[in-house]
Ligand binder design. Structure first.
Ligand code: FE2
Ligand code: FE2
Length: 150
C-alpha cells in the first residue's frame, strides 16, 4: 500500500493569526483524516468531503476578508491562488467519490495535502508581516461547521 504522508501541525506553518492558524490546522487534520477513511474503507467519505469543501470555502472567504481589510497589495494574486485551490479541491473530491483503488486514493490525498501545505507556506506566509498586528475578533471555524448527520 502507498504511504499516507500525514502532516503534523508545527510552528513553521503558523502565519501568526489565531483564527487563520486554527483554520489551517483544522483543514490539515481533516485532510489527514481522509487517509484513515480510505484505508479503513468506511463509508463516511462523502460526508467528510462535503465538510472539507465547506471549511475550505469558509476559510478562503474569511482570509480574503482580512486581507481586504488590511488593503493587502497582493490580494488579487492571492484570490487567484485560492481559486486554483478550490478547483483542485473540487476535482479531488469528485475523483475520490468514484475511485475504488486505495493506492490511487492515497495518491490523491497526498497531492491535496501537499498543495494545501504549499499554499500556506508560500502564499499565506507572504502576508505574515501584514497580519501580525491585527487583532482577531472572529469566532472559531467550529461555529460554522455543518451539523452532524446521524
Ligand atoms: Fe490563502
Ligand atoms: Fe489560508
Amino acid at each position: 500500500m502507498k504511504t499516507a504522508n500525514k502532516v503534523l501541525w508545527n510552528e513553521s506553518l503558523k502565519v501568526g493569526h489565531i483564527d487563520l492558524d486554527g483554520q489551517h490546522r483544522l483543514l490539515i487534520e481533516l485532510i489527514n483524516s481522509f487517509f484513515d477513511i480510505v484505508i479503513d474503507g468506511t463509508n463516511t467519505g462523502p460526508k467528510k468531503l462535503e465538510e472539507l469543501e465547506h471549511y475550505i470555502h469558509h476559510h478562503i472567504d474569511y482570509e480574503e476578508g482580512i486581507l481586504s481589510k488590511l488593503k493587502y497589495s497582493d490580494l488579487t494574486n492571492h484570490q487567484m491562488a485560492h481559486s486554483e485551490l478550490t478547483s483542485i479541491v473540487s476535482d479531488v473530491t469528485n475523483r475520490l467519490l468514484y475511485l475504488t483503488n486505495v493506492d490511487e486514493q492515497i495518491d490523491l490525498i497526498n497531492n491535496l495535502q501537499n498543495f494545501w501545505v504549499t499554499h500556506i507556506k508560500t502564499c499565506d506566509h507572504l502576508f505574515k508581516q501584514n497580519i501580525s498586528n491585527l487583532n482577531s475578533t472572529s469566532t472559531s471555524i467550529k461555529n460554522v461547521l455543518p451539523k452532524k448527520v446521524a
